[in-house]
Design a binder for this molecule. Structure first.
Ligand code: NAP
Length: 316
């Protein structure tokens, strides 16, 4: 009989019971519990846990833990926390095709918002101004994707299907149909130079923190638009504000911020060229995510092999 599997989340996380119910349904042969439901003997036997931004102090209560399965695709905070406390613990992140499709849909929606200049029409309506703005065909518009991982690839195909020209940037060069591929910092400038709408889908690492700064934003053409659906600190906020005010960046759609929820006194809330979203571009779907977690745990139970885990040195 396998020991129970604890579900560990941040203190006050409101969806713990919803996750436990979905995970339990996906794994009827396992017992999914909260940490407080484990007795000392159970705690001593647990080799795996399912996590949603857990407290490192809670993880420390499980001395035999070998790996954790995150229910999120982005595990930046967990990687950083564990680096300090339990560097040897393996982190398996969620790779859910449904989540990638949800992200692709969100990027397409907001790309179309910018492509059809909806911010411009909103401004004109406020002025009761009846005036068509210049029309550009999708095939004349280049969308540049920073990050060509699980989310970037699905998004690139969706944008191509909507007739946009698509460029993608990653660390290692990709060979993808319908995408002009760029790799490494040396190719970032040429990638950005012909990008009309820039979409950020990078993980937050030591190399991507502040990647979009005064210099790199300056490599974009005048009037380029920006969508950040990845992590807030990838953008240097002061540089973005200055680029928006000078008109170098025409509009920014921001779903993620250095501090979330975005504090009331932050400039992004009221800037006329910014659309603020509450970190909602690609929410995890409990049911599809639980099925994926269940199949990874089933594979581990039968083979004893930990599924492919995050490269904690690279940070993603
Ligand atoms: P992934 O599969 O790990 O892909 C990451 C991509 O970024 C890879 O193509 C990688 O290049 C590239 N990359 C990483 N560091 C780089 C660097 N220094 N220079 C150039 N390229 C670099 O990740 P994913 O599943 O697509 O998710 C990406 C991020 O989206 C997550 O980390 C998370 O922060 C964010 N996210 C946001 C939401 C939301 O609701 N807003 C939801 C889910 C995820 P290689 O291919 O060469 O390794």
């Amino acid at each position: 009989m396998n020991p129970p599997i604890p579900f560990l989340a941040a203190t006050g996380y409101p969806a713990t019971q919803q996750w436990i119910a979905a995970l339990q349904e996906a794994m009827p042969g396992e017992r999914i519990v909260t940490l407080s439901q484990l007795n000392d003997a159970d705690k001593a036997e647990c080799t795996l846990a399912i996590v949603a931004n857990p407290s490192p102090v809670d993880l420390k209560q499980l001395p035999q833990l070998l790996w954790v399965h995150s229910v999120w695709a982005g595990v930046e905070r967990l990687v950083a926390d564990l680096k300090q406390t339990q560097a040897e613990l393996k982190i398996v992140r969620l790779i859910d095709p449904q989540l990638a499709e949800t992200m692709a849909e969100a990027v397409l929606a907001w790309t179309l918002y910018l492509h059809r200049d909806m911010p411009g029409y909103i401004r004109q309506q406020r002025q009761k101004l009846w005036q068509p703005l210049p029309a550009v065909r999708a095939q004349e518009r280049t969308v540049g994707l920073l990050g060509m991982g699980v989310l970037g690839e699905a998004t690139a195909q969706r944008l191509h299907a909507a007739n946009f020209k698509v460029r993608g940037w990653s660390r290692e060069r990709k060979a993808l149909a319908n995408v002009e591929c760029f790799a490494g910092y040396v190719e970032l400038q040429s990638m950005l130079a012909a990008t009309d709408i820039l979409v950020c889908l990078l993980p937050l690492t030591e190399h991507t923190t502040g990647l979009l700064n005064a210099q790199t934003l300056g490599w974009l053409p005048v009037g380029a638009r920006l969508i950040n659906f990845a992590r807030g600190p990838i953008i240097d906020d002061a540089a973005l504000l200055s680029a928006l005010n000078s008109g170098h960046i025409g509009h920014a759609v921001l779903d993620v911020f250095a501090v979330e929820p975005l504090p009331q006194d932050q400039w992004q809330w009221t800037h006329p060229q910014v659309s603020v979203l509450p970190h909602c571009s690609a929410p995890t779907h409990h049911k599809t995510a639980s099925a994926i977690v269940a199949s990874n745990i089933q594979a581990f139970r039968s083979s004893g092999l930990i599924p492919a885990s995050v490269d904690t040195q690279a940070g993603y």
